[in-house]
Structure formats: structure tokens, C-alpha cells
Design a protein around this ligand. Structure first.
Ligand code: URA
Length: 233
């Protein structure tokens, strides 16, 4: 891979022009030697590259945790509404980045953005059953029978069978948390509708065993360093 491409793909805050300028100043080394040109080829798997004395370790893919605000769509296509790609800072944008799984436009919370197609495929496969946890606020109180109804595998809209899901009531009687093991269209809203209730606020708070970082403001993004919890049941 070209050195400038390698560095700017790993250090999203540095453009290729920035890399060129750093090389000119002698601040970039490859295998211990300061380099003179930014367009040289390196072996990204074995080269030891430093910028300003800091070693860059090679990561092929980018994994981002986004705290999606309402009004933003989980799509990569431009339309009337801003997309999750539109709202992330420039330094994180790269080719092939897409949301691995969708939230409704009015749902907040954890969206995984990645360019790792294989991980996304595994997570989105109907057989993956990676748990996703949601905070739910309802129009009317959560009723006693809801836990059993969710656990038994509900049928929604007449013929759509859901996998067993878990419901955990919270202290506020109108609030609960729900864990789904699949992702049908508007699933939580439709499950509560089938029970005669209505979701008035929904937020995804965990994927696999990775919780949404509660210090991330709405619209905030951070890089996920260890992706193993994403697929943990
Ligand atoms: N269930 C819904 O109804 N909407 C979401 O965005 C996610 C789960």
C-alpha cells in the first residue's frame, strides 16, 4: 500500500497532504528510517511506521459507535433527511462505511458503522441472533403479562412470528428495557401495538454485550477498539 494512503487510513485526522508535509519535515519513519517521499510502497502488514515518533498499528477496518439522534436515517443514500454518514465528523468518513443494522428515523441510540462487510454480514444474518437491547418509554403502563408475551415469541400483524424476546420492567411503570435477537421492521413498536400499547420513545442501548457509551452525546461518535463484545450473546 502507498505510505500516504496507509497513514491517512489509520490516522483519520491526517489527509494525504498532511502526510506529505510531515514527510518533508522528516517526521515519518518506516522501519526506523526517516523517509523522503510519501508515495512509496510499504507492506502494511509488516512495516513499522511512525509519525511524530508515534507508532501506527495497522487496522484494516474501522468500527464506529454512533449515538444516533432522532431525524437521522440509517442509510448511505442521500435523500431529504440527513443520513448517519452525513452527521459523522469528516475524519471518520471513508469509502465503504455503512450502518450495520438500522434504527428507525425517530429511534435514538447505538448504531454500528463499519466498512467490514464480513462482520456486518454475520451480525445482520437472520441466524446470528446477536442480542440488541433497547430502552422503551410507553404511552401506558407496562402490564404484568408483557414479559410472558415477549418471551413466548409473539405474532405481530396477524402472521409475523417473532423470536422469544425479553422484557425488563423499570421503576417508572411506563418504562422498560427490551432485548431482541432479530431485527424486523419497526419490531418493538409493532410488538407493543399488538399488546394495545404505544412506544413514545425508543433508544438502542446495547449491541451484543457492548453498551452504548453513556458519555457520548447525541450525534457523538467514537471508535470501537475491541469488537469482540459486538457478537457476544
Ligand atoms: N424496533 C423498532 O420499532 N424500531 C427501531 O428502530 C428498532 C427496533
Amino acid at each position: 500500500m502507498r505510505l500516504d494512503k496507509f497513514i491517512s487510513s489509520q490516522r483519520t485526522d491526517l489527509s494525504r497532504n498532511d502526510v506529505k508535509a510531515l514527510v518533508r519535515k522528516g517526521l515519518v519513519t518506516v522501519n526506523g528510517q526517516a523517509v523522503r517521499k510519501s508515495d512509496i510502497q510499504i507492506d502494511e502488514n509488516s512495516a513499522r511506521v511512525t509519525v511524530n515518533g508515534e507508532e501506527i498499528s495497522y487496522r484494516e477496518f474501522l468500527y464506529l459507535m454512533l449515538n444516533k439522534p432522532q431525524g437521522v436515517v440509517c442509510s448511505t443514500k442521500e435523500g431529504a433527511c440527513p443520513t448517519v454518514i452525513d452527521i459523522i465528523p469528516e475524519e471518520y468518513r471513508r469509502e465503504g462505511l455503512f450502518p450495520a443494522g438500522r434504527l428507525d428515523k425517530d429511534t435514538e441510540g447505538f448504531v454500528l458503522l463499519t466498512d467490514d462487510g464480513q462482520l456486518a454480514h454475520r451480525m445482520l444474518s437472520p441466524r446470528s441472533h446477536v442480542p440488541k437491547r433497547y430502552f422503551v418509554r410507553l404511552e401506558k403502563p407496562c402490564e404484568q403479562g408483557y414479559c410472558e408475551a415477549f418471551e413466548s415469541g409473539m405474532t405481530i400483524d396477524g402472521n409475523e412470528k417473532c423470536l422469544p424476546a425479553q422484557l425488563f420492567p423499570l421503576d417508572n411503570e411506563n418504562e422498560c428495557e427490551v432485548v431482541l435477537h432479530e431485527g424486523k421492521f419497526h419490531q418493538i413498536k409493532r410488538m407493543f401495538e399488538a399488546l394495545g400499547n404505544k412506544v413514545i420513545y425508543l433508544k438502542r442501548i446495547m449491541i451484543g454485550s457492548l453498551p452504548l457509551d453513556d458519555s457520548l452525546p447525541l450525534g457523538g461518535v467514537k471508535e470501537i477498539e475491541d469488537i469482540t463484545p459486538l457478537e457476544e450473546r
